[in-house]
Design a protein around this ligand. Structure first.
Ligand code: G1P
Length: 285
């Protein structure tokens, strides 16, 4: 079964990044010079998925504009042809079809995914949360796809997030299947540490069978009063096998200012143009 579509939920208000998010969608805030959401789009493109549905909210139209194909005109930056970064963006526009659907009410991540269900119909699909940036030997989505092709069941990216952070995550109740592959028996959104069934938190990459859309259509508000994707996953385990993969890679939560700063430093240090100067500067601080 080929995965042809990925959903990027990007309808949140971005209150952690106020005042910038008064006019700039959080997903377009650059990590150094590249908007956070572009990392998600590039990861999706790198695994050969051609359709991307971005779930946005009113006032965030610039996200789609950002990815639109540029028309060469006059002496605009795109027609000068000497900016590799713009060429990269043009490549995205040529390779993937990006659409948006509106989430008109902020009812949670599960609701955001359900908003895109018309576009999915009865195929398996991927979900990529742009707040989770994962750098590893292989894209996290590719790691999931490799397992999906064996089991043809829904599969979630997880990592050991430690008990002190557990209540920020969807947490799975796992049994080990093989190496880093786990079977999900249950899942709880943002549990209190003493209620967490494990220290495996879900980290923003998912592949779902269409069964999740049915579970979401029946979902009721859960943690923090929102329709939670994790609750629908827990429900799905009663009908189908659901797996999780302990992802090989370093994850950054760029949904918080500190997480974004850490990601920027790490990306900066590895860059040829600024890496050396940046690490010298940090050493001297
Ligand atoms: C969301 C999901 C949660 C997941 C987390 C990963 O939570 O609801 O299950 O573990 O992303 O980043 P949020 O960070 O939006 O509160």
């Amino acid at each position: 079964m080929k995965i042809r579509t990925a959903i990027i939920p990007a309808a949140g208000m971005g209150t952690r990044f106020l005042p910038a998010t008064k006019v700039v969608p959080k997903e377009l805030i650059p990590i150094i010079d590249k908007p956070g959401i572009q990392y998600a789009v590039e990861e999706i493109m790198s695994v050969g998925i051609e359709n991307i549905i971005i779930v946005t909210a009113s006032g965030k139209e610039s996200i789609l504009e950002y990815f639109e194909q540029r028309q060469p005109k006059g002496n605009s930056i795109s027609s000068e042809g000497k900016f590799a970064q713009i060429a990269q963006l043009d490549q995205i526009a040529k390779t993937v079809r990006i659409k948006s659907v509106l989430q008109t009410e902020q009812l949670g991540l599960g609701h955001a995914i359900a908003c895109a269900s018309e576009e999915i119909r009865d195929e398996p699909f991927a979900v990529v949360l742009p707040d989770d940036l994962i750098f590893g030997p292989k894209p996290a989505l590719q790691q999931l796809l490799d397992i999906f092709h064996t089991h043809e069941s829904s599969i979630l990216a997880v990592q050991n997030v430690g008990s002190e952070n557990i209540s920020k995550y969807g947490v799975i109740d796992p049994t080990q299947v093989d190496g880093n592959v786990l079977r999900v028996g249950n899942a709880i959104e943002k549990p209190a540490p003493e209620e967490a069934p494990s220290s495996y938190g879900i980290i923003g990459r998912y592949i779902f069978t269409p069964g999740i859309l049915e579970r979401l259509s029946e979902a009721k508000p859960g943690a923090i009063g929102e329709i939670q994707l994790t609750d629908a996953i827990a429900d799905l385990t009663k009908y189908e096998s659901v797996y999780a993969l302990d992802i090989d890679g370093k994850r950054h939560d760029v949904g918080t200012p500190l997480g974004m700063l850490k990601a920027a430093i790490e990306i900066g240090i590895s860059r040829e143009d600024i890496g050396q100067d940046l690490s010298n500067y940090i050493k001297k601080l």
